[in-house]
Design a protein around this ligand. Structure first.
Ligand code: C5J
Length: 221
């Protein structure tokens, strides 16, 4: 069954059962004070508006038994998957791997890499730790999606212009039909969010489509 979703720059066709909801990096390190996002000098409260729309989309996907993918930006404890080009970039208050109030920043298994309680993964949902900004780099995710017959991806999460945009571009190159949900993604920089949404959808959906959660949910019922 197909669902037609009003979207920009034109309608998106969602394939029921073959469309995964992707929730990018809704982890404490980006959303809560004391984590990696805050260590870069960001106002983490700017990301909170995405939480309720993502929760509503998760409920819709779970009701239907459709696939859900959660990602976390997380490195090995020895940081062997965190190149100097990432760890030493800039002059943050604390770097990846340094101790913080939620454990070592962006290190797998530390409290800061947990997905926030409001969006906790349900049993059976895929959770991947990714060392890069994109969700396909060094994760094996493409093969996992292919083996499940997933052809369409609906993107949510943070931050719009960094890990969400990178993941959506990677997905587009691998042949997935990609939709981003504008109110279910946030950035520390509203102007970057707006620009990313424009770039992704420009030139006849060059990377993919955008819609909002209410429009998407209404089209599923
Ligand atoms: C960043 C992310 N912003 N999840 N990560 O470093 O967007």
């Amino acid at each position: 069954m197909k669902h037609r979703i009003a979207a920009r720059p034109f309608d998106y066709t969602l394939a029921a059962g073959a469309t995964a909801l992707v929730v990018i990096d809704m982890q404490r390190d980006f959303i809560e004070p004391g984590g990696f996002g805050a260590s870069l000098g960001n106002d983490v409260s700017r990301l909170l508006p995405a939480v309720a729309p993502i929760a509503a989309l998760l409920a819709a996907w779970r009701t239907r038994g459709w696939p859900v993918i959660h990602t976390r930006e997380a490195h090995r404890a020895d940081l062997s998957d965190c190149p100097p080009a990432k760890r030493l970039r800039g002059n943050p208050a604390r770097r990846i791997g340094d101790p913080g109030s939620m454990g070592r920043l962006l290190v797998a298994g530390e409290p800061g890499t947990e997905i926030i309680a409001a969006l906790s993964p349900a049993p059976g949902e895929t959770v991947i730790d990714k060392p890069g900004k994109g969700m396909f780099w060094a994760t094996g995710l493409h093969e996992a999606l292919q083996s499940r017959g997933i052809t369409h991806l609906v993107f949510t999460g943070v931050t719009t212009e960094v890990c969400v945009q990178t993941s959506m571009r990677e997905a587009n190159d691998r042949g997935y039909e990609c939709l981003i949900v504008a109110d279910a993604t946030e950035s520390y920089f509203p102007e970057f969010k707006a620009a990313a949404l424009e770039m992704l959808t420009a030139q006849g959906a060059i990377v993919g489509w955008s819609t909002d959660s209410k429009t998407l949910l209404a089209a599923l019922y």
